[in-house]
Design a protein around this ligand. Structure first.
Ligand SMILES: NC(=O)c1ccc[n+]([C@@H]2O[C@H](COP(=O)([O-])OP(=O)(O)OC[C@H]3O[C@@H](n4cnc5c(N)ncnc54)[C@H](OP(=O)(O)O)[C@@H]3O)[C@@H](O)[C@H]2O)c1
Length: 249
């Protein structure tokens, strides 16, 4: 008796896109993570060594269908993100459906510790969006970033030094970016969970034990458990499991 889930290798890109877009709403906030069996979101400080080729294949497909790729500044810095440029095959797919060639790159930061001269901005095919607090958005640092990005204040009334992640979501949706694809990281996911604005988690389980030094995929505190409903599980190269859960509301 085979109790393992279907293999990604047997599925075309269109099959996968059908699976990953089934039941999505508008707006929709999807979060994508990889974790080890013992719950670490990184190995030696980055997530790049976790997952493998099929995880990367799905990672690219999820970017392909996104209006905006949302990443918090810690992950942008730690993972050495470059500009949000999709592969030619993804661009061709998007063009054929009347979508812009590339999704917008949106970065969440409280401190604005982002280098305006970095490739994230200088080589961006679409002007990125930096989402920050109201107080940071009126600082001199914000003025420099405004040359290369749209800087958006997302603080709740009376809390001008904090970023309200529900307002981050609203800011993107109000600009027409209803399909939001978030690539982390853990601090940001913790805030998204606390605000209960996650519609979907796609989690790749890497069949390894990290030992305990790495972070979990979410860091923070939530007033209550956010129940998720499994939608599918697939098996990928290197024996990873690619899971998809949506919020059970
Ligand atoms: N396994 C995976 O799939 C995965 C995915 C992503 C990241 N990671 C790993 O996670 C680690 C980084 O963890 P992290 O928790 O530092 O990541 P993070 O959440 O991306 O970064 C934290 C930083 O992002 C900004 N930020 C996040 N939430 C915010 C909020 N609610 N309000 C304002 N600013 C906010 C702040 O930036 P400022 O300091 O600029 O204010 C904060 O210091 C790295 O090792 C990375 O490799 C793993």
């Amino acid at each position: 008796m085979n109790v393992l889930p279907p293999s990604v290798a047997d599925l075309s890109d269109e099959d996968l896109l059908e699976l990953y877009t089934a039941g999505t709403g508008a707006p929709w906030l999807r979060v994508n993570f990889v974790a080890t069996l013992d719950g670490s979101a990184s190995a030696a400080g980055v997530s790049g060594s976790l997952g493998g080729p099929d995880d990367l294949r799905v990672f690219d497909l999820l970017r392909r269908v996104a209006d905006v790729v949302l990443v918090a500044a810690g992950t942008v810095r730690d993972e050495g993100y470059g500009p949000m440029v999709l592969h030619d095959v993804d661009v061709a797919w998007r063009r054929s459906r009347g979508m812009p060639d590339h999704p917008v790159f949106a970065i969440v930061t409280g401190s604005l510790s982002l280098d305006p001269a970095s490739r994230v901005f200088t080589e961006a095919p679409v002007r990125p969006i930096v989402l920050t607090s109201t107080s940071a958005a009126s600082s001199p640092t914000a003025a420099a970033l405004r040359d290369v990005a749209e800087v958006v204040a997302c603080s709740a009334d009376g809390d001008e030094d904090s970023v309200d992640v529900a307002l981050v979501r609203e800011a993107l949706v109000s600009r027409g970016y209803g399909t939001i694809h978030c690539e982390g990281g853990p601090t940001f996911l913790g805030a998204l969970v606390a605000a209960d604005v996650v519609d979907e988690l796609t989690l790749t389980i890497d069949p390894s034990l990290e030992g305990g030094a790495g972070p979990r995929i979410a860091r923070g505190s939530s007033p209550e458990l956010r129940r998720m409903r499994p939608v599918h599980v697939l098996r990928g190269d290197g024996d990873v499991l690619l899971t998809r859960y949506v919020r059970a509301r």
